[in-house]
Design a protein around this ligand. Sequence first.
Ligand code: NDP
Ligand code: 2IT
Length: 448
Amino acid sequence: MMIQDAYLNGVMERVIARNPAEPEFHQAVREVLTSLVPVVAARPEYVREGVIDCLVEPERIIKFRVPWVDDQGIVQVNRGFRVQFNSAIGPYKGGLRFHPSVYEGIIKFLGFEQIFKNSLTGLPIGGGKGGSDFDPKGKSDGEVMRFCQSFMTELFKYIGPDTDVPAGDIGVGAREIGYLFGHYKRLRNEFTGVLTGKGLTYGGSLARTEATGYGLCYFTDNMLRDHGRSFEGATVVISGSGNVATYACQKATAFGAKVVAMSDSNGYVYDPNGIDLALIKRIKEVERKRISEYVKEKSAAQYHEGCRDIWQIPCDIALPCATQNELDGAAAMTLIKNGCYAVAEGANMPCTPEAVSALQAAGVLFAPAKAANAGGVATSALEMSQNSMRFYWTFEEVDEHLQRIMRDLYHNASQAAAQYGMAGDLVAGANIAGFLKVADAMLAYGVV
Ligand code: NDP
Ligand code: 2IT
């Protein structure tokens, strides 16, 4: 699909030529460039000064070998990445993903998205992302520890509390952050806030664990209320059963909704009585087992093999919280047919471009990931603030900041969309509002 501006279309063609075989990165860039068509018309200096050409090229990419020894004494070799995409408005900030599907294109797409998301939070954080093709599933704690230590043995050279501050993402939770932080501290002989999502005994922030899922529901609540709706009494389907999905389920339920389905990469559970979140947490967080275990203890619930069919369950609100491109055009048509009136992205880029177009064309309220899941990284930035102060806020204080950040973010994205002639289009609004702050900082620096 052509972008309706010759200059932006040329940028897109160069991105494809320079980054071959990285479809997720192309997808993320195309969406942003498409949103920028009215911006370059109104502000030609961004084109003249090369801001957009710089924006699509990472400042730095670090790629490294990660050797480690498994429980059988056999040497395993994985690949590690850190993409330091843009530091115009603050130190690089973004999570680490450990999943077998990770390659450079995935980390680039996530790092690119992170630039705009972090800008939207209103806090001083640049964009970065990292990870590895290591699969923590089925590994012992000792194997995960040895992998994390080897990963940090290389990564520590490139990060720091004022340079680059990683955090968690898929496959990286409290356990992995503990091993990574402990090793960084040992290598540098320094106790600094170099990672976020830390445990509460060693510098973590209250409410960071809950923040992405809670923030997603705060954002969605603002969007729903702006259109005369609410979570109260709504039926909700949530994909995934990890960090984001779990706390989205908790907050949606607290807002009066009934969550009837959740999933993992193998399949989904449907519980007409409403998901028992304590049971999900026990299975996924404590026992690290498959979600299919749920139906062994819940006779009214059903398990279906295959996670993608979760969107066939009728719902009012859908919250995709698992992974990229998990909700395609056909799934969007099914949601529309079943009367779904809102979709909010908890995962990064979970809806394909075809799904987004179909949902928007049908008048379904659509909250894009950059805006809707920004509560996680925003609270990471609050963790950095607390580390700098060497002081901690209460859960309620952090949660209040988070609620205000998500409310402001919703209004900023809405207003930017309206200002550029696309009222109601939060995809365009989030891309434009996120872009403007970063682009103006880049303009101020000149060519750097
Ligand atoms: P977790 O590792 O805690 O959970 C991931 C969940 O998604 C699991 O249920 C997992 O199932 C499922 N999943 C992973 N890969 C696939 C796949 N290829 N197909 C189907 N299901 C899959 O990760 P998070 O909850 O942290 O992250 C979920 C999403 O949210 C990601 O897109 C992430 O980038 C995004 N995100 C996370 C933030 C955070 O603060 N953690 C912040 C903002 C966005 P299984 O157990 O079977 O692997
Ligand atoms: O996608 C994301 O925003 C995250 N995984 C969280 C990043 C962070 O630095 O907290």
